[in-house]
Write a protein of this length. Structure first.
Length: 169
């Protein structure tokens, strides 16, 4: 193989490797990361009638866990606040299905709620999330090894070119 073909092959390998590395790293990132929702608006108007709270009226967050996530990856870092950003102390939250209920019997809507809205912040697992810690670690190592392999192949090709050109003995 002549020098120009080796040089072209080395550059193509390097470019393809970098493109694949970015793609693999992005894919691994999506299965290794939890997603956080901040201040999802939920109206409590349906649970209140004349200032009295219906404690059996349930609310559900948009990204409620389903299927395997109900057991293996329930919602975490949950906070429900009112318009003044104060914690809503009187609620019961079920992390395995993303539902919550007001548990107090009365609510002064004019004082604590902005248009009867509450704001829910939580962290959830996406559909492709890998919930096994060791699996996430192995994927991270695999991306690193992939990067090293591409670097090694490219360096070997450039070394071969330098040797053929007499730059290295």
């Amino acid at each position: 193989m002549d020098t120009i073909n080796k040089l072209l092959l080395a550059f193509i390998t390097l470019i393809i490797g970098l493109v694949l590395l970015g793609s693999v790293a992005t894919s691994v990132g999506s299965v290794n990361s939890l997603t956080t929702v901040t201040n999802e608006t939920q109206s409590i108007a349906g649970a209140i009638s004349e200032g009295i709270v219906n404690t059996s009226y349930g609310f559900t967050v948009t990204n409620a866990p389903t299927d395997w996530k109900t057991i293996d990856c329930p919602l975490t870092s949950v906070a429900i606040v009112n318009a003044t950003n104060a914690d809503v102390a009187d609620y019961t939250f079920y992390a395995n299905n993303g539902t919550w209920y007001l548990s107090g019997t009365t609510v002064n809507t004019s004082k604590f709620w902005d248009n009867n809205n509450s704001y829910v912040t939580y962290t959830y697992c996406g559909d492709n999330y890998l919930n096994l810690g060791w699996g996430r670690s192995v994927l991270g190592v695999a991306v690193g090894m992939f990067a090293l392999a591409i670097l090694f192949v490219s360096l070997a090709m450039f070394y071969s070119l330098a040797k053929d050109a007499g730059l290295i003995e």
